[in-house]
Design a protein around this ligand. Structure first.
Ligand code: GLN
Ligand code: ZN
Length: 756
């Protein structure tokens, strides 16, 4: 039996690539040094896999920013506005990724969206009518040769043409079909080039195939791959899918002359049944995606052995594989010195998953797998009862009643009450919560964590920072202020640290987008709150101003979605446990005079099942109630805000209204405010604040630019319903970028108010 890894993380176990890239972008590092950091990491990653005996090691999974963007550049899909800057290849690439503001021009970045149901974000390729798709780059070939040079034969991986087209935005008149023949030719050229290089296998990643697939899509797959595959000689082609199963197109895909097909047996509920029912072609290798690439719990060998045995009855050539790229899990447990052994033994990060693959290879190659040592050890681990149970929490969750999820009075009545209690102007201005985390802010936290300063010193600094920014916000003229979240490293980690039931890592970073990484906590046991978390800082901030100050919390679904969840209880039960803990915090804030409370559900959309038929039963039917449970018992004149990131809400907009918040802010600027059309069409009732400028880029938006964005929004959203705010995440920007940007935002709102 062979083993395969779909992709390996690339930022570096200690985030070396992140730091190198950021330094390069600040002009603190030369291009050559950046390139050599990349090379070193690639080599190290290949060698780790080689030393663990992985048979199919991937290349071209490396990226300076994002693999979709790499593919776009490879295919010459570079919008004219970036070309016009006249930058060199790498800087043009970064201009597409981050926007550019400098002596050569001023352009925004490409749109960015969530990568399927993960917390990774990809850059949305944009095709203009003038775009001429053609093989224009050498990255996959270069990286293949680099590996070869150190004696490692890799399978280069490239996003397949179907997924590429499905995720691309067509900005002109032309549509998907106008680009088909060119894209086929470009992929044929890729195949030919690898053929010349003597490459053995190439991997096309086609996660879009696990979505709802209709007749047109099936035809498109056939149309793209038939001619592509007819040109291959010795080179073998693996069609790699992940994040679900191929229930809509299994037959069509397996009929195509691929040499290998990779299926997901972790998230692909139907994969096994499809094979049992419809069989699997004898001449193809089946890449069995069985080692979870998204969660950090150890693989259950009993389950795996059982599935592989069943598969072996239907397929002759099996390759054990990760279920998706390991990009979505941290590197290694080796850098975790604080996690207890008793905990660690339950976890597997990327490197440990690779070890699992090699252990499973041995286990499964033995005559009776159940007799092997590794198998026995694994069985023992899974049969032990884990610590971390809390029977009180369990019993509260099990006795929740329908009324616990309903807020009174209804939205319309509350809106009236709140309009009169809060004396806010039209188009009230606010921010989404965090304010710039300067070096001193980060240093303060890290000194405290390391025990170098006392709790009093630590808190004192945060309070000074809060006072400084309450005054800055007042000067800027914002209407609803925030305390700034200076005490938070991360919106989920912070709450996790203050609740019981979570475990934390030191270096378990996972790439979220570009150079940005997150360190998700691990939900280990039952969750509860033993003391107030945010009350002190919020109350202090409110004491400094007459304006309303928003308390700032993270919602249950987001805490769950941005943590590594348990696999031994349901997501629903886990979400309700978190809801009860956050609810206690909401009530404490309210009791202490905080009248506006924002409960961020940044990640609510993220775990929506990829197939519409699963949305309610598998997710929304507990996720929306989990949010309602948090705020259902506040007073009518307490205003509940929520916030969501990068969301495409088209189809679930009604469910967002059903969260029954009073105000919702969206991250919108980077997706061209397209959310606004959706709001109008759906007759959305909740007051809204679509982010009017993109905070991911260092550029400062002009008053006019923001005013125009608002005018555009006002053609769709009634004036009385609209809030004015930037996108979320100001903590990632500098003070010198944030203050003028917010001044411009307030000025834009004021200009519009003057007109009405
Ligand atoms: N309150 C958080 C902030 O403004 C929300 C972050 C987010 O939505 N990801 O940074
Ligand atoms: Zn957000």
């Amino acid at each position: 039996m062979e083993t395969s890894v779909i992709g390996y993380p690339r930022v570096g176990a200690l985030r070396e690539l992140k730091f190198a890239t950021e330094n390069y972008l600040k002009n603190h590092l030369t291009k050559e040094r950046l390139q050599s950091t990349g090379l070193k990491l690639r080599e190290a990653h290949w060698k780790t896999q080689q030393s663990n005996g992985v048979d199919f090691i991937t290349s071209n999974d490396f990226s300076f920013y994002d693999n979709m963007l790499d593919t776009a550049v490879l295919l010459n899909v570079v919008p004219e506005r970036y070309r016009k800057l006249g930058l060199d290849i790498l800087d043009e690439y970064f201009a597409m990724a981050r926007g550019y503001q400098g002596e050569k021009g001023d352009v925004k970045a490409l749109a960015m969206k969530k990568w399927f149901n993960t917390n990774y974000h990809y850059m949305v390729p944009e095709m203009e009518d003038e775009t001429k798709i053609t093989l224009a780059g050498t990255k996959p070939f270069d990286e293949y040769l680099e590996a070869k040079k150190i004696g490692i034969e890799t399978k280069p991986s490239i996003i397949g043409p179907f997924t590429f087209l499905k995720l691309t935005k067509f900005s002109g008149q032309k549509e998907e079909r106008d680009f088909i023949s060119d894209i086929i030719q470009a992929y044929v050229d890729i195949i030919q080039k690898f053929e010349q290089l003597g490459t053995k296998w190439i991997q096309f990643e086609e996660p879009a195939l696990v979505m709802d697939i209709y007749e047109d899509d099936k035809k498109l797959v056939e149309k793209l791959y038939r001619p592509m595959l007819s040109t291959k000689g010795k080179l073998k082609v693996l069609l790699q899918t992940y994040f679900g199963d191929l229930r809509d197109c299994y037959r069509e895909v397996t009929d195509l002359p691929f040499d290998g097909i990779g299926l997901d047996f972790v998230e692909g509920n139907k994969s096994l049944n499809l094979i049992k029912k419809l069989g699997f072609p004898k001449d193809k290798k089946l890449f069995v995606g069985i080692v979870n690439g998204k969660n950090i719990w150890r693989n259950n060998y009993a389950t795996t052995v059982k599935i592989v045995k069943e598969l072996a009855e239907h397929c002759e050539k099996l390759v054990l594989s990760t279920a998706c790229s390991l990009l979505h899990v941290p590197y290694t447990l080796k850098n975790e010195n604080k996690l207890l052994k008793a905990h660690k033994k339950y976890f597997a990060f990327a490197d440990e998953k690779i070890t699992e693959l090699s252990q499973l290879k041995i286990v499964l190659s033995s005559k009776d797998p159940t007799l092997s040592d590794e198998y026995k050890k694994n069985i023992e681990l899974f049969s032990q009862k884990r610590a971390g149970q809390n029977s009180t929490v369990q019993s509260v969750v099990s006795t929740l009643h329908e009324q616990d999820f309903v807020r009174h009075p209804n939205f319309e009545k509350r809106e009236k009450i709140q309009k009169s209690t809060f004396d806010l102007p039209l188009l009230p201005t606010t921010t989404i919560g965090s304010l710039p985390q300067t070096t001193e802010v980060k240093e303060n936290r890290s000194k405290f964590k390391k025990g170098k300063i006392s709790f009093e010193q630590y808190t004192q600094f945060n309070k000074e920072k809060i006072a400084e920014w309450v005054s800055i916000q007042e000067k800027i003229g914002l209407d609803v202020l925030v305390h700034g979240e200076f005490e938070r490293n991360d919106m989920v980690e912070y709450f996790g640290e203050n609740l019981d039931g979570f475990l934390f890592t030191e270096n378990a970073w996972v790439q979220s987008y570009g150079t940005r990484c997150v360190k998700p906590p691990i939900i280990w046991g039952d969750i509860s709150r033993s003391k107030p978390i945010t009350v002190n800082y919020s109350v202090y901030a409110q004491s400094l101003t007459k304006k309303a100050l928003k308390g700032m919390l993270t919602g249950p679904v987001t805490i769950l979605n941005w943590s590594f969840p348990r696999e031994d209880i349901s997501l629903k039960d886990c979400a309700f446990q978190i809801s009860l803990a956050i609810k206690a915090e909401v009530l404490d804030l309210e009791a202490n005079g905080i009248r506006i409370i924002q409960i961020d559900e940044a990640a609510l959309r993220e775990k929506l099942p990829l197939r519409q038929s699963d949305w309610h039963s598998e997710y929304l039917d507990w996720a929306i109630p989990a949010f309602r449970l948090v705020h259902s018992s506040v007073k009518p004149d307490t205003q509940i805000h929520t916030h969501m990131c990068y969301s495409e809400f088209k189809d679930i907009i009604k469910n967002i209204d059903a969260m029954d918040a009073d105000v919702i802010t969206f991250e919108a600027a980077r997706s061209d405010l397209s959310i606004v059309d959706v709001l109008k069409e759906s007759g959305f009732k909740t007051e809204v604040g679509p982010g009017v400028y993109d905070i991911h880029s260092p550029r400062i938006p002009a008053v006019e630019e923001i005013k125009e964005a608002l005018e555009k929004i006002l053609t769709k959203i009634p004036l009385e319903k609209l809030w004015v705010n930037p996108d979320c995440g100001l903590k990632t920007r500098g003070e010198n970028e944030t203050i003028p940007s917010l001044e411009n935002l307030v000025a834009a709102a004021q200009k519009l108010r003057e007109r009405v």
